[in-house]
Write a protein that binds this ligand. Structure first.
Ligand SMILES: [Zn+2]
Length: 226
C-alpha cells in the first residue's frame, strides 16, 4: 500500500490524540503534532515579529499561517515520505493552512488522501471532560461517569483519599472552548468535503471501537484483532 497523508480534525476530548498514538505504534505512521512542534520551537524567533514563538502564543496571539507551515515543512523534511505514512494532528487549523498543506503535498509528490473528522456527542464529551479526576498521590485517572473508584473516595491503586480536578474543566469554560473549536473545525470540514476525502469517525464509543472505525476508514486492518 502507498504511504498515505492523513489529516485529523476534532476538538478537545475527541480522542484523536490517542488514535494518532495507536497509528504510530501499531501501524508505523509518523505523527506531526503541531502542538508538540510549537512546544519544541518555543524559543525560535519569528521573522518580522522579533519575538519568540512561545512569547507570541503566551500572549494569546495567533502565529501567522506561514510560520506554522514552515515548522511543518521542516518536520516533513526529516521523514522518508516515500515510505512513511503521515498523520497531521492540529494542522491545518485555518483555510490558509489547508491550502498550504495541499501545496506542501505537491512539493513532496504526495496528496492529502484522507481527512478524519472525529465527532463526539456533546453530552458524552461533557461527561468525559468534566467528570475526570485524578489521585493526587499516584496520578491514577478516574471519571465520575465512566470510571469511578471501587470504594467511594479511595484510590484503587494506592488507597489515597485525596483527588484533584483540573481547574479549567468547569462547564462554562468548556462550553466556550468547544464552541470555538467547533466553529473552526466546521470551516475545514466544508473545505475538505468538496474533495470527497472526508471521513466522519464516530468518536463517542470506546477507544477500541474508535480505533476500529479509524482503521476501517484508512483501509487498514488491526492485525492484533484479526
Ligand atoms: Zn492513587
Amino acid at each position: 500500500m502507498q504511504p498515505q497523508w492523513v489529516v485529523m480534525l476534532g476538538g478537545p476530548g475527541s480522542g484523536k490524540g490517542t488514535q494518532a498514538e495507536y497509528l504510530k505504534k501499531e501501524n508505523d505512521f509518523y505523527v506531526i503534532s503541531v502542538g508538540d512542534l510549537l512546544r519544541a520551537g518555543k524559543d525560535e524567533i519569528v521573522e518580522g515579529e522579533g519575538r519568540a514563538i512561545g512569547e507570541i502564543i503566551g500572549e494569546g496571539s495567533l502565529l501567522p499561517d506561514s510560520v506554522i507551515t514552515e515548522l511543518v515543512r521542516t518536520e516533513i523534511n526529516t521523514i522518508n515520505t516515500a515510505e512513511k505514512s503521515v498523520i497531521f494532528d492540529g494542522f491545518p487549523r485555518t483555510i490558509g493552512q489547508a491550502t498550504a498543506l495541499t501545496q506542501l503535498a505537491k512539493e513532496f509528490t504526495k496528496a492529502v488522501g484522507k481527512v478524519l473528522h472525529f465527532v463526539v456527542d456533546e453530552k458524552v464529551l461533557f461527561k468525559r471532560i468534566l467528570g475526570r479526576f485524578k489521585c493526587v498521590n499516584c496520578g491514577r485517572l478516574y471519571n465520575d461517569f465512566f470510571c469511578k473508584t471501587k470504594v467511594a473516595g479511595v484510590c484503587d491503586i494506592c488507597g489515597c483519599t485525596s483527588f484533584e480536578k483540573r481547574e479549567d474543566d468547569n462547564e462554562k469554560a468548556l462550553k466556550r472552548r468547544l464552541d470555538e473549536s467547533h466553529a473552526k473545525t466546521e470551516v475545514l470540514v466544508d473545505y475538505y468535503s468538496q474533495y470527497g476525502i472526508l471521513k466522519t469517525i464516530d468518536a463517542t464509543g470506546s477507544v477500541e471501537s474508535i480505533r476500529a472505525a479509524v482503521l476501517n476508514s484508512l483501509n487498514l486492518r488491526n492485525e492484533e484483532v484479526a
